[in-house]
Write a new protein. Sequence first.
Length: 336
Amino acid sequence: MTLLLPTDDTHLLDFQAAAKAVLAYLQGRLGFDLWMITRTEGNDWIVLQAQDQSYGVQSGDVFRWTDSFCSRMVKGEGPRMAPCSTQVRAYASAPIAQQVPIAAYVGVPLLYHDGTLFGTLCAIDPSPQNPKILDELPLVELLANLLSSILHADMKVAEQTSLAERLQAETLTDDLTGLYNRRGWDYLLAAEERQCAKYGHPAYVAVIDLDNLKRINDSQGHAAGDELLRRTAAALRQSSRQQDVIARVGGDEFTVLFVKCALTPRECLRDRINQALKANGIEASIGLAERHPSRGLGQAWLAADQAMYREKQCHRQPFKGCLNQGNEVLTTGGCL
């Protein structure tokens, strides 16, 4: 079987396409029912691509990293190739071995350019394999190193692409606040979703709706309301980073896309927004949701909007004991 690495229109190797080709090649050459390209993020083990014949695993699935054989392989507790994994104590005792039938394993780290862990190229099978398969480990390691190199080059291209997309979206701005408008938001949300789907980047969507814009417009005039909108835009800039996307998507509704926010607790992000708004004398309802690999940023936006609406209902009925419903607190990690 020949390994053909596809290229895009610029004749550069694309990580996603190269990974798909490598998985198909290795499954054809070595067998194994399931081959995967994975990404680790905290204790999430995210399946970016899968070549599966029996386990029912697909792209976007998320498992516990500490349950996996790969987590033990990375720590050096087990070999990179185990023709009979049930004879390897570290693998036989791994929680995932109690959940699905695994009798053979292959796993090699995929690394960022600085040597830190991105994820793994790995495979499992429900039946033991011929010990001669150990002769194929150098090939698997070579392909993993190749994928790591392609990953580095592809992510550099992705950074430039993201910058170009931001520049292109500069024309899609709201005249009053200088933030992106709804069209700019839709464009950049879709662009970021493509990056998240390819590399497994973590991301959050926040929805902020002002509580008293209509009252200020009615009592103080639209000039005061416009000033409130500009102050809100400034506060959201204070609570976000340069790479984040901030938009005014409706009359008094704003959104923030927090990109590549690894190990950042949801409540940490929410508190940053809330503190910036309060420091500027702004009353608002906030909803925040994390992107799930199997659902994407569109669903995260919908979930954040629903959480914002629930909080707004609580602000209108403060004695119902429902404040912050839908904005669960996460307690691991640190602020950006």
